[in-house]
Design a protein. Structure first.
Length: 159
């Protein structure tokens, strides 16, 4: 598969999964955490699907489109491993992590700390969506929508 096809599949998977989980997240109290604001496309989508919900976005640096920049109090810059740790206990309804790099060795390092961080950020019953695997005893894997190939994107519930 070409990188272009892979990119299209990733974006389609993100949209379909976020649409599926937002219907459920709308019934769960708590903020949404966007780990990896990037261009802000998925942040913008979440903001449309969950109007009025607090969405806190994290990144190393601000590089989002002007239409997709959170309010200053909801933008946290720096290394996510450190910055998001300060939000442990916030009781998030949804954590969306889009910080995969496409490099197996780098993503393997992320997999050593991201699942535990997400488990601590979510309230019980909250949902995690991630482009990299979330192997953790408190994160129960859920089935993606039928349009999403297995192991393309990951959805879990905090138990
Ligand atoms: N979902 C975003 C969108 O729709 O525009 C794209 C996110 S982009 C693929 C990933 C972003 O995560 C990049 O902007 C990168 O700087 C950020 N990122 C990746 N790993 C990070 C880390 N450990 N700490 C802080 N930011 C990180």
């Amino acid at each position: 598969m070409s990188r272009l096809e892979s990119f299209i599949r990733r974006l389609t998977a993100q949209r379909d999964i976020l649409d599926q989980v937002c219907a459920e997240v709308a019934k769960i109290e708590g903020p949404v955490l966007e780990l990896g604001l990037g261009n802000g496309r998925t942040f913008h989508h979440l903001r449309e699907r969950l109007p009025g919900r607090r969405i806190v976005a994290f990144d190393r640096a601000l590089a989002a489109h002007a239409s997709s920049i959170p309010e200053a109090e909801n933008l946290v810059l720096g290394e996510i491993r450190e910055t998001a740790s300060r939000f442990i206990g916030i009781g998030a309804a949804l954590v969306h992590a889009d910080i995969g790099t496409g490099y197996e060795d780098r993503d393997a390092v992320t997999a050593t700390w991201l699942p535990d961080l997400i488990a601590r950020l979510l309230r019980v019953g909250g949902i995690a969506v991630s482009g990299t695997p979330l192997d953790h005893p408190q994160l129960q894997r859920l089935a993606p929508p039928p349009s999403v190939p297995a192991d393309r994107y990951y959805i879990c519930r905090r138990v």
